[in-house]
Write a protein that binds this ligand. Structure first.
Ligand code: FDA
Length: 326
C-alpha cells in the first residue's frame, strides 16, 4: 500500500496531467467528489446539502500557483464565492489553501490576500479556515493565522495529527476553532509519524484534548472507529453537541454522513469545486486506493487509463532504478 500511496501522491504533483485534466473538466466524472466547476453549480450543491441539515465548508480548488497573477485571480474568485454565499443566504463557510494565495512566492503578498478574504467574510459573519498543506508551509501558515487573528476572529486552521508537533500546536491554538485531521501529504520521518497506528493514537489524543479544553472542534475523518470513539467520549464527558461537529469530504461515506446528521450531530461537508480537481482527486486516492471504486467507472475511460498507465509505469521504473542504484 505505501507504494500505491506514493504513486498517487506523485501523480497529484504532476503538472502536465493536471493541465490535461483541466481541459477535460468534470466530463471525466469527477463530479462524484467535486461539486461543480462554477459558483452557481457549487451554490446548488450547498443548497441540497443544507436541505438535508448539513452545513458546508467550500473550497475553490487551486493547485500549482506559480505567480502573483494566478494568486490574485484565485483571491478574486474566492471573494466572489463569499459574495455568492452571502447573497444566497446558505449555511456555509470558506476553506482556503494559503499556497493558492501566494504563500510559496511572497509571505506579505499572501498575507494581504488572506486579510482581504477574511475581512470580506467577517462583514458577512462567515468563518474562514486556513487549510494546512505540506510541512514547508506549516509554520508560515501558523504565522499567517497569528497575524490575521490580531485583526479578525473569524479564522481558524487545521492540525495534522501525523506531525510530531501536533499536540504542542493544539495546545497553543486551543482558543481557536480547529479542524483536526490525520494528515494527507507525504512527510519525512524526521517530522511526522509514519505508522498508521501512531497517527491514529495521536489523532484521538488531540481530539480529546481539544474537546475538553478548546473552542469549537471539527473532527474531520471518514474513519468510523474514530467517529464511534468520539461519540462515546462526548457522552462520557457531557460535552454538548454544539461544541463540535464531524466533517467529511463531499461524495465520501454518504451513508455515514446521513446517519450522523439523523442522530443529531452537527455535520459539515467539505465541498471542493473548480476546474483544478485533478491534484485534489489524486490525494484522495493516495489516502485510500479503494476510493478508486467510487469513481473508476465514471472517471477512467480508455484515454485516461492510458495516461495513468504510462505514468504508473514511469513511476515504478523510477523507483526500481533508484533501488538498483542504492
Ligand atoms: P483513513 O483514510 O485513515 O481511513 C481509516 C478507515 O476508515 C479505513 O481503513 C476504512 O475502514 C474507513 N474508511 C475511510 N474512508 C472510507 C471510505 N471512503 N469508505 C468506506 N470506509 C472508509 N488533510 C490535510 O493534510 N490538510 C487539510 O487541511 C485537510 N482537510 C480535510 C478536511 C476534511 C473535511 C477531511 C475529511 C479531511 C481533510 N484532510 C486534510 C485529509 C486528512 O488528513 C486525511 O488524509 C483523510 O481524511 C484520510 O484519513 P481518514 O481519517 O479519513 O481515515
Amino acid at each position: 500500500m505505501p507504494v500505491l500511496r506514493d504513486f498517487f501522491i506523485a501523480l497529484s504533483e504532476n503538472q502536465t496531467l493536471n493541465k490535461a485534466a483541466q481541459k477535460y473538466g468534470l466530463k471525466l466524472g469527477a463530479q462524484s467528489v467535486v461539486a461543480g466547476t462554477t459558483i452557481p453549480e457549487v451554490i446548488e450543491s450547498i443548497k441540497e446539502l443544507n436541505a438535508q441539515g448539513v452545513s458546508c465548508t467550500v473550497n475553490n480548488i487551486g493547485e500549482f500557483v506559480h505567480d502573483l497573477e494566478e494568486a490574485t485571480k484565485a483571491k478574486e474568485h474566492i471573494l466572489e464565492t463569499i459574495e455568492a454565499l452571502h447573497e444566497n443566504g446558505v449555511d456555509a463557510h470558506i476553506s482556503i489553501k494559503p499556497s493558492q494565495l501566494g504563500l510559496e512566492i511572497d509571505f506579505d503578498f499572501c498575507y494581504d490576500n488572506v486579510m482581504e478574504i477574511v475581512g470580506k467574510a467577517n462583514e458577512y459573519g462567515i468563518f474562514v479556515n486556513l487549510d494546512q498543506e505540506t510541512y514547508e508551509l506549516l509554520q508560515p501558515t501558523y504565522d499567517l493565522m497569528d497575524q490575521v487573528a490580531q485583526t479578525y476572529d473569524n479564522i481558524g486552521t487545521v492540525i495534522q495529527a501525523y506531525f510530531f508537533n501536533a499536540k504542542e500546536k493544539t495546545e497553543r491554538y486551543k482558543d481557536f476553532r480547529l479542524r483536526l485531521v490525520k494528515g494527507a501529504y507525504k512527510e519525512s520521518a524526521n517530522v511526522a509519524y509514519q505508522d498508521k497506528i501512531d497517527i491514529d493514537l495521536n489523532f484521538i489524543e488531540l481530539i480529546e484534548y481539544h474537546l475538553l479544553n478548546g473552542k469549537f472542534t471539527s473532527i474531520a475523518t471518514h474513519d468510523h472507529n474514530v467517529v464511534n470513539h468520539v461519540k462515546q467520549f462526548v457522552e462520557d464527558h457531557g460535552i454538548p453537541k454544539d461544541k463540535f461537529e464531524f466533517q467529511m469530504l463531499y461524495g465520501f461515506r454518504k451513508d455515514l454522513q446521513e446517519q450522523l446528521t439523523a442522530e443529531g450531530y452537527q455535520f459539515c461537508t467539505y465541498v471542493p469545486f473548480g476546474t483544478d480537481w485533478y491534484g485534489y482527486f489524486m490525494r484522495r486516492l493516495a489516502e485510500r486506493p479503494q476510493n478508486i471504486n467510487l469513481v473508476t467507472k465514471q472517471v477512467f475511460n480508455k484515454k485516461t487509463n492510458t495516461v495513468i498507465g504510462l505514468a504508473a509505469a514511469a513511476f515504478i521504473l523510477g523507483r526500481l532504478s533508484k533501488r538498483n542504484k542504492s
